[in-house]
Design a protein around this ligand. Structure first.
Ligand code: G4F
Length: 346
């Protein structure tokens, strides 16, 4: 390990975005440190390929165990690594679950983040240590504000999750102004990819469809298909998180594709890739509906396009195709073409 490499610390490294960001920063020759919460059932499958690297001599990848709600463990890891860049991606990130678990949602999404801000504020005073901080805000903060949404759109969240992200978004701004800290809020719209968690609708659709092909199930049970989302690609979006921290001044940016599609269109397109009609396989249940639904998201990312040179690399259809083809390979050991052929003959 050499001291010359730029050091980044990622809270939430085992999630979809954390693992993609780690891969990206390693490809840029960073020394990457990640914080993982110790648990009896490890949830590190997305970074398994990196964990084996860690054991090799001279590896640029390191894992520390800690919990963002445990101030002392967080303090220790920051003081041990003293990174130039810190990414706070830790979250209870499921909007539906936030209605059932509002307290832990605010703890992880807001209080954990406040722990980080307080530790860095203190170190800045005592040690003149000023890392750049990225906070994963969210388009869920816009709530009922009609699309298109940009940095100036009023934020009217409709879920405990949206409230937790808006509180942290505002804490970023308060600490930035009051203590001259370099903090960027990335207001990312929905983004998926092969590493998306199974509880989110996009992954649930592609994974369950692959299971239908392999004969493991015969239907998919979903909730509200009428809501509209602006869906991009996680591996693409993590690059712009890094870009934000390379600017001379901290700022907030909307990151989105600018396209919006109803969830029904996602389902239809996935089934269409296999020559199937989704209506023959999808059942609707109240169980997956929320007490209040954010109706429509469509991001206007012109500020990020202008200042950061951001340009989404994948379309809505590209994201669906990549996710379905990964799930088919993992679940059924088939390509899209082979699965289509199989379903035609059934
Ligand atoms: O996949 P979802 O759970 O994503 P949601 O709620 O839009 O949140 C995602 O995007 C946010 C950015 O705006 C992130 F901050 C957040 O962390 C997360 O990544 O649901 C998408 C839509 C919703 O309208 C939901 O009601 O799909 C609808 N839906 C329909 N059936 C379902 C289901 N959602 C889930 N999770 N599961 C279903 O069976």
């Amino acid at each position: 390990m050499t001291d010359k490499l730029k050091r980044a610390l990622i809270f939430g490294i085992s999630g979809q975005d954390g693992s993609n960001l780690a891969d990206y920063l390693l490809s840029l020759d960073y020394e990457v440190h990640g914080v993982v919460r110790r648990s009896s059932y490890p949830n590190t499958y997305r970074i398994e390929h990196l964990m084996s690297l860690e054991e090799q001599e001279g590896s640029n990848f390191n894992i520390s165990y800690g919990d963002v709600l445990d101030f002392s463990s967080m303090n220790k890891v920051i003081q041990k690594v003293m990174p130039e860049e810190i990414y706070y991606l830790t979250a209870q990130s499921h909007v539906g679950i936030s209605f059932d678990n509002p307290i832990s949602t605010l703890q992880y999404n807001t209080l954990g983040y406040l722990n980080l801000l307080e530790i860095v504020r203190d170190l800045k005073n005592k040690e003149k240590y000023s890392p750049k901080i990225y906070f994963a805000a969210s388009s869920e903060m816009f709530g009922t504000s009609p699309p298109p949404q940009n940095e100036d759109t009023p934020m009217l969240p409709v879920s405990p999750y949206g409230v937790s992200k808006l509180a942290s978004f505002n804490l970023s701004r308060v600490y930035r102004r009051s203590y001259d800290m370099f903090i960027c809020n990335g207001i990312l719209f929905n983004h998926s990819g092969p590493r998306r968690g199974l509880n989110f609708v996009t992954k649930k659709i592609t994974r369950c469809l692959a299971e239908i092909v392999s004969g493991k199930r015969d239907k998919i049970v979903l909730g509200n298909l009428g809501s509209k989302r602006d869906e991009g690609d996680s591996a693409d979006y993590v690059k712009v998180m890094h870009k934000m921290l390379q600017q001379d001044n901290p700022d907030d940016f909307v990151i989105s594709t600018g396209e919006t599609h109803a969830i029904e269109e996602f389902v239809a397109e996935a089934f269409n890739l296999l020559g199937l009609n989704w209506k023959d396989y999808v059942e609707i249940s109240e169980r997956y509906k929320r007490p209040f639904e954010l109706p429509a998201l469509q991001g206007d990312s012109s500020k990020a396009r202008r200042i950061l040179g951001f340009k989404p690399e994948k379309t809505f259809k590209d994201v669906i195709k990549e996710m379905l083809s990964t799930d088919l390979e993992e679940v059924a050991d088939m390509t899209i073409e082979q699965a289509k052929e199989k379903m035609k003959n059934e």
